[in-house]
Design a protein around this ligand. Sequence first.
Ligand SMILES: Nc1ncnc2c1ncn2[C@@H]1O[C@H](COP(=O)(O)OP(=O)(O)O)[C@@H](O)[C@H]1O
Ligand SMILES: Cc1cn([C@H]2C[C@H](O)[C@@H](COP(=O)(O)O)O2)c(=O)[nH]c1=O
Ligand SMILES: [Zn+2]
Length: 187
Amino acid sequence: MFIEPSLRGERRGWIEVICGSMFSGKTEELIRRLKRVKIANLKVEIFKPAVDIRYDEINIVSHDTNAILSTPIDNSQKILLLAQDVDVIGIDEAQFFDNELPNVCDELAYRGIRVIVAGLDMDYTGKPFGQMPFILAKADYVTKLHAICVVCGHIANYSYRKIPNDDQVMLGATDVYEPRCRICYNK
Ligand SMILES: Nc1ncnc2c1ncn2[C@@H]1O[C@H](COP(=O)(O)OP(=O)(O)O)[C@@H](O)[C@H]1O
Ligand SMILES: Cc1cn([C@H]2C[C@H](O)[C@@H](COP(=O)(O)O)O2)c(=O)[nH]c1=O
Ligand SMILES: [Zn+2]
């Protein structure tokens, strides 16, 4: 389990990334960390891409229906504007953000802010998704989570798309995707 360094005392920012396949628990882990931030009475702002309306337009919602309030935004630069006087920033579904997100995360960390980013490391074809590889490269801490393969029960790190559609972005949950291990994904 990730144990957070203290934000008390000398002000130092950093970037944490939570990645993995769909259903691996990224959103639950993000919510867990953000709830602890609130318990510590630190000031937090939480963002998600406005396109992510799968379960809710405003809240971040996990597959297990855990939820936390967020601000939907259509441009990563808005995070810099809205991050005045905060201690911690949370960002979900980072793979959907624009190319500036890695620089935005860097800038926030240099301002002394703890930045927690959750997102898919790979798309349904197994390719790195959006800006995630660049944020992973810049991260101070990386947590890679795994789902359970629905075919064989081993750990899964691929998101298998069940529906024929070549678009990289296709919102959905169990209606469209299932987590699979390396072997079952390639069958
Ligand atoms: N095949 C699976 N493997 C693991 N968890 C699953 C699976 N199918 C459904 N779940 C549920 O998904 C939850 C994780 O949801 P969530 O945090 O939203 O994941 P992610 O953000 O990585 O897609 C688990 O706690 C579990 O209840
Ligand atoms: C693999 C893959 C996923 N998506 C979409 C499907 C969901 O709406 C999100 C991922 O949500 P989760 O919190 O990780 O379960 O991304 C996509 O658009 N393209 C893909 O290749
Ligand atoms: Zn498998």
